[in-house]
Design a protein around this ligand. Structure first.
Ligand code: KG4
Ligand code: ZN
Length: 338
């Protein structure tokens, strides 16, 4: 039986195309359920309308399974958390409406979570070796940022992308190569058999700690067009090397900015987060730099890189302790000021 002082929170994630629910019990994740949506594959990207519909279908069974797996009954919950933004508005509305209705029925408070903060705070899942302040390279399908984390409530953006996100750079160049959506993980796999120095793609030149990926996208587009004019089978014949070269360009760029941030802040406790932190080259590059420069690094387990509700639950636990709740009038935001 839970003690009166126990903190049990249900967290719901529905910002894009994954419906997730997780239970956190006194700061420890008890369940982490994700239902992914295959319906988007045939369209080569997430179709917002279809995503909302699929969330509607998945949310009840996903929440039910998260509760059952954690052996928790709804009546034991102290609060319900949901991803408030950023994300696809229709998708966010499914999660937020569900969370609000359930909390209203149970007479418990609700917690609105910033999806990006949650990616960063995922490092605290099952870990007691993360210290403030740390830097986090947050690389996902929608965002690319370097943030300085001073506390769970104090996450400062030091640099961000001016156009595409790193995940988009992976996905859009993969699409040009005829790979299915989402291309990032597939390109990663194909790159493992390729030569990263075979083809050269240009670097984006933006100041400070900001990023830009649109130049790479254009360069890959014209590279494929020109090479295919001479040899229509060029992409097919060089697929592994092209993938390895694109991946090398993106990861080297991310690493250069990260090293710059370390130099500028003097902080050498480093984390990576978001879907692209699942990338094998980025993971090994960060580990190698850590050894070379004496960084203390935090690389999330693969299940906590891409969208999941456990990270929302972890962030919610911190907000609960800080008494940060939202009202029943809280609405989701497609963009959340970051
Ligand atoms: O964090 P996430 O699951 O969703 C967003 O909040 O956007 O990130 C999804 C992104 C996609 O662009 C996907 O292609 C990319 O993460 N991704 C990868 C890998 N695994 C996922 N990119 C490169 N290499 C990977 N192994
Ligand atoms: Zn995400």
């Amino acid at each position: 039986m839970p003690d009166k002082k126990d903190i049990i929170i249900l967290a719901i994630e529905s910002s894009c195309d994954d419906t997730g629910a997780s239970i956190i019990y006194n700061g420890k994740i008890q369940s982490n359920i994700v239902a992914s949506q295959q319906v988007h594959e045939q369209y080569g990207g997430v179709v917002p309308e279809l995503a909302s519909r699929a969330h509607q279908q998945h949310i009840l069974p996903v929440v039910d399974t998260a509760l059952k797996e954690a052996n928790v009954h709804g009546s034991q919950l102290n609060a319900i958390a949901f991803t408030q933004g950023p994300g696809l508005l229709g998708s966010l509305m499914v999660g937020s409406s569900f969370a609000k209705s359930m909390a209203l029925g149970l007479g418990i408070p609700i917690i609105g979570i910033n999806h990006l903060d949650a990616h960063v705070l995922a490092h605290f899942i099952d870990a007691d070796d993360v210290h403030f302040p740390f830097l986090c390279l947050l690389v996902s399908g929608g965002h690319t940022q370097i943030v300085k984390v001073t506390s769970p409530q104090n996450i400062e953006v030091l640099g961000k992308t001016r156009d595409d996100a790193a995940g988009e750079a992976f996905d859009k160049t993969s699409k040009m190569l005829g790979l299915p959506y989402p291309g990032g993980p597939i390109l990663d796999k194909l790159a493992q058999e390729g030569d990263p120095h075979k083809f050269k793609f240009p670097d984006s030149r933006v100041d400070a700690l900001d990023f830009s990926f649109s130049g790479l996208k254009t360069a890959v587009k014209y590279f494929i067009r020109d090479a295919s004019e001479d040899n229509p089978n060029f992409v097919e014949q060089n697929l592994n090397d092209i993938c390895a070269s694109i991946q090398h360009t993106i990861v080297s760029y991310l690493m250069r900015k990260l090293i710059k941030a370390v130099k500028e802040t003097g902080i050498n406790e480093i984390a990576i987060a978001g879907g692209v932190s699942a990338n094998s080259l980025l993971r090994s590059a960060v580990k190698a730099k850590a050894t070379e420069l004496g960084w203390q690094v935090h690389i999330p387990a693969l299940e906590y890189c891409t969208d999941n509700a456990a990270m929302i639950a972890q962030a919610a636990h911190f907000q609960y302790l800080a008494n940060n709740f939202v009202g029943q009038d809280a609405v989701p935001y497609a963009r959340l000021g970051k």
